[in-house]
Ligand binder design. Sequence first.
Ligand SMILES: *Cc1c(COP(=O)(O)O)cnc(C)c1O
Length: 568
Amino acid sequence: MSFDLNSLLPPHIRELKPYVSARDDYPGNDTPAVFLDANELPGPMQGMPSGINRYPGKEAVILKEQIAAVKELESDRVFLGNGSDEIIDLLMRCFARQGQDSIMIFPPAFGMYAVRAAANNLKVEEVPLDAGFTIDVRAALAATGPQTRLIFVCHPNNPSGNAQQVETIRRIAREFNGLVVVDEAYIDFCPEKSLLPVLRSHPNLVVLQTFSKAWGLAGARVGVAFASAAITGVLKKAGFPYNVGSPALKLAGEALNRHAEYRLNLIRLRRLRDELGSRLREMPLVEKVYPSDANFLLVKTRDAGLVYRHLAKLGVVVRNRDNEAGCKGCLRITVGSATENERLIRSWEILGKNPQKARRKAAPETAGEGRVQKTEPPRESIIRRKTSETDITLRLNLDGKGEANIQSGIGFLDHMLQQIARHGLIDLEVDARGDLEVDLHHSIEDIGICLGSALKQALGDKAGIERYGFELPMDDSRARVLIDLGGRNYLSWDASFSATEVGGIPASLFRHFFRSLAEAASCNLHVEASGDDDHHQIEAIFKAFARALRMAKSKNTSGIMPSTKGRL
Ligand SMILES: *Cc1c(COP(=O)(O)O)cnc(C)c1O
C-alpha cells in the first residue's frame, strides 16, 4: 500500500490558501460580542427564523459533532456537503487534474459521476458490472493506470439496488493508490454492509452518505463525507465556506434525533419493498425483479418503454433505465407508501386492456367537483421508550387497514398484537428488544404501556369519536371487553386460566399487560372471559379488545365531543 495523499493533489490544490471567513478570526471571549464583521443585517425580517440574518457558523460544527457521535468517529473525519452531489464534484476537483486524469466507475452506475467528471474535464473509465451486478475486482484493478485518481463504488448500487461484498471494496482500497469513494446513499437499508467501521484501516477511503433518502430530507440538501482528517481538510479548504445553509443543518440535526421514526421507516420500507417485489413479479411483461438492498427495485420487462409510457399516462412516474449498461428492458421503481404502491400495481395490471377504461379504473378517487374535501389530521403516533430493561419503538395509525409488523421477541405476544391490529383496523408496528433472558415481565408490561400511550396520543382531543365500545360473545370461548376512552383508567378483570403459562407467557402477565395499557391510555377496560381452552380464551380477549377499541375510536361526522362536559 503506497497511498500518498500529497502526491495525489494537483499542485494548485496543494498550495491553495483557504478563504478566511469573517468569524474564523474571532475566537470569542467572555464579553458578549457585537458582530460588525460580515456585513449582515443586525436582525432578520419579521417572522423569519431567529439568527437567519447571520452566516451559518456553529450549526455546521454542531451537526458534525452530532453525526460523529452517532457514527462513533472523530468529528474531523466528517465533512458536510450541499447534498452528496456537491461532495462528488468537490472530490473530483480536489484530487484529479482537469484534462489529464480520469475516474473509474462500474456501469450501470449513478449518472452523476459521469456528469460531474465531464463538467470537470476528466475522463471516465468504465468497468461494467457482471450479470449479477457485482464488481470484477481483477478487471477493475487491471484497468487502473497512473491517471486513475478516483474509483466510485455505488454501494448499494443505483440503479441495480444490490450492495457489493464489503471485502471486494476493501481489496480495491488496499490495492489502488488513488481514492476509493464509496457512495452509501442507500446504506441505511442495509447498515450491516457499511464501510464506515473500517474507515480507519483505509487512508484512501471516502464514504458518502446523505440525508436525502432514508432520513427524508431530499429537499434540505445535506450530504456527508467520512474520510481521514487529511482528506476532509482538503475538501474544507477547497470547498465553499458556507455550503450548507443553517435551516438545512438544523433540520438534519432534528432528523438525527428522531431515530425511532427513522428505524420504523426502514423496517416498514423493507417490508413494503419485499411485498411490492412479489407483486411486480406477477405483472404483465415482467421478466425479473432483481434483489434489492435499497428502497427501490430494478424490474426487467419485455418492453421498458411501453410500460413506462403506460404508467406515465396513468400518472405513475417511474425511471426508465432501458439505455443503461446491463439494464435492457429495466425500470427502476422507488418503493412508495402502501397506497402509492397499490396505485402502481393497479395501473400496471391493466396493461394491454382498453386504455380509456384503464385510465378511469386506475385514476385516484377524487372529491366531488366544487366540493372542498375536509382533511382530518392523521391519528397516528410514535412512541419510543427506552429503559435499562427494554427498548421499544411502537407506531400506530388508528385509521389504518389492520396491517401489523410486530417484533416483540415473544412469538405468542406478536400473534396477539396482530389480532389487535387486524380486528381493530389499526396499523401497528412494534420493534421491541427486552431482557427476555431475565423475564418476560418487563417486555410485556412495557409494550402494554407503549401501546396505551400510543393510543392516547393518537386519539388526540377525541372530538367526534364514539368513545364507548363493547363486544359480545365470540368463538367457543367467550370474551367480552367493554371500553370507555373517556380519560379515567380502570381495569376490571374476570378471567382465569387453568394453565400457569399460555403460549410461553405466564398467564398472570396478560392481566398485567391490559392494566399497563389501560393506565397509559387512560381508559376503562372491563374484561370478562371464560372457556376451556386457555389459548382460545386469551385470543378471544385480544380480539374482543380490538373490536371494542375499533368501535370506540371510530369517528362519526358530528365532530362533537362525546361528553356532556364538553371535553374528555
Ligand atoms: C440519491 C443519491 C445520492 C444523493 O445525493 P444528494 O446530493 O445527497 O441528494 C447520492 N448517490 C446516489 C447513488 C444516489 O442515488
